[in-house]
Write a protein that binds this ligand. Structure first.
Ligand code: BES
Ligand code: MN
Ligand code: ZN
Length: 486
């Protein structure tokens, strides 16, 4: 979508459709009540009301959209309101609109402009690749928005640009997650990295099964053994500042389909398991955004991609796997596969001597029990890094909630026969998984983000989300990286 930023007063500008965002219980200005019939609009969050002028004039229509209570206003409310408005506009099949707010909002204008752009782009996202016979109405896309602010200005324009680029990253992640498992194999994830590399000048390495075998990626190989879709190990390097910039590794779980393997999942639990590569998808989206925004950082995206299937070639409960690190893992449950493929990627990340390793994975069902879909579960070996991530969560609206990684949790995953075991029962299921990961990064600061509860939504409650992949992590990582760059 094209979004222009202009200085001016929305109500005086000619327009087919003007959108005015209003806080709850704001007295509408007389110029509006004079022109338009009132209606029952209170400005509650996401509420919309379409008004027509009493006499022909401009704007030809006015769409009011609610921002909720003024003292509870935050960028999240703006993101929601702009998505809610965009959907109304899409329904009306109006291709071009003007947008503004009534009065000054108690918000940083740049944060508001960024959230506004994110809401428009994400609200417009649809996944219709597998639908046939769609009408023009169903495929209609809004082409252009003109944002009117009191001063216009380069900073607002820049903030809108940032919001659009981040949203494009979120959409890339959603596309990858929504693609069915048969279409989104580890090899396809490898190709995807290659094409990102071509487009943005990233240095990309994709290792296939033969190379993984030769180089000892025992974790990825073990998990991928049961599937005809062979595993891949993928590295994408973006260098936005050639010398002396901090290196950040982003590591993603790329389980293109998780059946559970021989420890097979029940059918309902498998329904959404094409989304088990959402961590990898977030890494792709964030790499794209970092490159688009030309962040002055060295960012290395690392993805372990495999499919977890039951077959006579599968790894078994009771097997012992020698990972890339040399550490041995006792496999008790083949459905605790994410931590095994990630162990190779986390160990590999050390070779970049990163200032931070940020890892994302749909790792445990237990995090859904703990936090539902309203927060990402976070564990970290470095409190400064964790605090940075908490701030990024608040700024981006993708909130994280920290769980501890005390020694006692590391004790729980000691094995009798190998160095470590891949599960320790249900108690503290998310934390023992995090403790497992932490065993593979040496002394490098790690933050682990468990996105199992947030990567997929079945009943969307936010107007900028649809049924399916949310693209979670891209906004969070973008905010984290942008703050790191200053
Ligand atoms: N991919 C799943 C976790 C998951 C569950 C993600 C639900 C999204 C929604 C992961 O590989 C898994 O199966 N974890 C097991 C671990 C257990 C066997 C220790 C789990 O959480 O049940
Ligand atoms: Mn699993
Ligand atoms: Zn999994």
């Amino acid at each position: 979508m094209e979004i222009n930023v202009k200085a001016g007063d929305l109500i005086r500008e000619p327009s087919d459709l003007a959108i005015l965002a209003v806080c709850e219980d704001t007295q509408l200005p007389s110029e509006i009540s004079a022109l338009f019939e009132g209606g029952d609009f209170r400005g509650r969050a996401d509420q919309t009301l379409l008004l027509y002028p009493r006499t022909a004039g401009s704007p030809r229509r006015l769409l009011l959209v609610g921002l909720g209570k003024r003292d509870a206003l935050n960028p999240g409310r703006i993101r929601r309101a702009s998505a809610a408005a965009l959907r109304r506009v899409q329904d009306m099949q109006v291709g071009d609109m003007t947008v503004g707010t009534y009065g000054d909002l108690p918000l940083d204008p740049e944060a508001a402009a960024q959230a506004f752009a994110e809401g428009l782009e994400l609200g417009a996202y649809q996944f219709k690749r597998y639908r046939t016979g769609l009408s023009d109405e169903q495929t209609f896309r809004v082409g252009r928005a003109h944002l009117f602010t009191r001063n216009g200005g380069e900073r607002i324009r820049q903030a809108v640009y940032v919001g659009q680029k981040i949203a494009r990253g979120v959409i890339l992640a959603r596309e990858l997650v929504n693609g069915p498992g048969y279409a989104m194999t580890p090899a396809v994830l490898g190709d995807q990295a290659q094409s990102l590399g071509k487009e943005y000048g990233l240095k990309v390495t994709v290792l296939d099964k033969a190379q993984l075998t030769e180089q000892g990626f025992g974790g990825i190989l073990a998990v991928g053994k049961g599937s005809d879709n062979e595993p891949r190990f993928i590295v994408m390097e973006y260098n936005g500042a050639k010398n002396g910039a901090p290196t950040i590794c982003l590591v993603g779980k790329g389980l293109t389909f998780d059946s559970g393997g021989l420890s097979l999942k029940p059918p309902e639990a498998m329904e959404t398991m094409k989304s088990d590569m959402a961590g990898a998808a977030a890494v792709y989206g964030a790499m794209q955004a970092a490159a688009e925004l030309e962040l002055p950082l060295h960012v290395v995206g690392i993805v372990s991609a495999a499919e977890n299937m039951p077959s006579s070639g599968s790894y078994r409960p009771g097997d012992v796997v020698t990972t890339l690190s040399g550490k041995t893992v006792e496999v008790l449950n083949t459905d605790a596969e994410g931590r095994i493929i990630l162990s190779d990627a986390l160990y590999y990340a050390q070779r970049y001597q990163p200032e931070a390793i940020v890892e994302l994975s749909t790792l445990t069902g237990a995090i859904i029990i703990a936090l539902g879909s309203h927060a990402i579960g976070m564990m970290s070996t470095d409190q400064k890094l964790a605090d940075r991530m908490i701030r990024a969560g608040e700024a981006s609206g993708e909130r994280v909630w920290q769980l501890p990684l005390w020694d006692e949790y590391h004790e729980m995953i000691k094995s009798e026969i190998a160095d470590i075991k891949n599960m320790a029962g249900r108690p503290a299921g998310s934390i023992t998984a995090g403790a497992f990961l932490a065993a593979f990064v040496g002394d490098y600061p790690l933050v682990h983000l468990d996105i199992a509860g947030t990567a997929w939504v079945t009943n969307p409650t936010k107007p900028y989300e649809i049924h399916g992949g949310t693209g979670v992590g891209v906004r969070l990582l973008s905010s984290f990286l942008r703050n790191y760059a200053i």
